[in-house]
Design a protein around this ligand. Structure first.
Ligand SMILES: O=c1ccn([C@@H]2O[C@H](COP(=O)(O)O)[C@@H](O)[C@H]2O)c(=O)[nH]1
Length: 271
């Protein structure tokens, strides 16, 4: 039987002593000038970033939004294969779901990636083809990091629970194969704390530190289920050397190492 995503992630966290998810969001307007003329600028950018950050990466998290054109999809494929060549799992932040028949097509995204983010809005059948891929990770959007995350997710249901609490309860039920996690933003530290109490067994992907100003300490304190979870930074790592042109990737490597060190200090105090 193949190892589960969370077992592989645990191995990776142990080997690198890192819980950093490096977000690969290669915004074409921000990548260095000297890479823009390449045939696949995003792939050229990501390859250099991976070379400098992989030692500090528990996982890479490309966001599908940054690859939504023909060259982008080719770049994404190369990026995933290259990350695997460095033994780093890849979590595709795609936030997908649709009626079951359509989600079966979306689930093909997991042929390449090791894990995916999904949108619970359409309910269980819309996620089943992802959930059925038992060796792959499925992170359900629960309490997102954006300012409007509270518009719907904080609404109180007639049962007295909030929408995000219901999502967490459902995700726990959907976790029949032990392959489900939650996305909970670092900008919502109180929700992080209460969700950890509500679903102690579900690992969290925690975005929103760095550029979004979230609470990295709370991300570490509450993001992990039995030591497994991820704290993501995208722009804060990959564009740390935006002003440096040729040495941009080195700066990304330093930023990833610094973040790993900082999160590990919180991990030590959380133990
Ligand atoms: O609630 C969410 C869900 C996903 N994201 C994604 O994570 C990264 C964060 O990027 P930063 O540059 O570190 O802010 C990005 O891909 C988002 O789309 C999130 O931020 N919040």
């Amino acid at each position: 039987m193949p190892q589960s995503f969370f077992d592989r992630l645990r191995d990776r966290i142990d080997r690198t002593d890192s819980v950093v998810s490096v977000g690969l969001d290669p915004d074409l307007s921000r990548i260095p000038d000297h890479l823009r003329d390449k045939e696949m600028p995003r792939w050229a950018f990501n390859r250099r970033i991976i070379d400098e950050t992989h030692e500090h990466a528990a996982c890479y998290k490309p966001n599908a939004a940054f690859y939504e054109d023909a060259e982008g999809w080719r770049s994404l494929r190369e990026t995933i294969a290259y990350a695997h060549g460095k033994d780093v799992p890849v979590l595709l932040d795609a936030k997908r779901a649709d009626i079951g028949n359509t989600t079966r097509r979306y689930a093909a995204l997991l042929d390449d990636a090791d894990a995916i983010t999904v949108n619970p809005y359409m309910g269980r059948d819309s996620l089943q083809p992802f959930l059925d891929r038992s060796e792959k990770g499925v992170f359900v959007l629960c309490r997102t990091s954006n300012p409007g995350g509270s518009d719907l997710q904080d609404l109180e249901l007639s049962s007295g629970e909030s929408v995000y609490e219901r999502v967490a309860a459902l995700a726990d039920i959907w976790n029949e194969h032990g392959n489900v996690g939650l996305v909970v933003g670092a900008t919502a530290p109180e929700e992080l704390e209460s969700l950890r109490e509500q679903v102690p067994d579900l690992p969290f992907l925690v975005p929103g530190i760095g550029a979004q100003g979230g609470d990295a300490e709370a991300a570490v304190e509450y993001g992990f289920a039995d030591g497994v979870g991820l704290v993501n930074s995208s722009r804060g790592i990959i564009f740390a050397g935006e002003d440096r042109e040729e040495t941009f990737a080195k700066a990304a490597g330093q930023a990833a190492r610094r973040l790993k060190k900082r999160l590990n200090q919180y991990r030590e105090t959380a133990e």
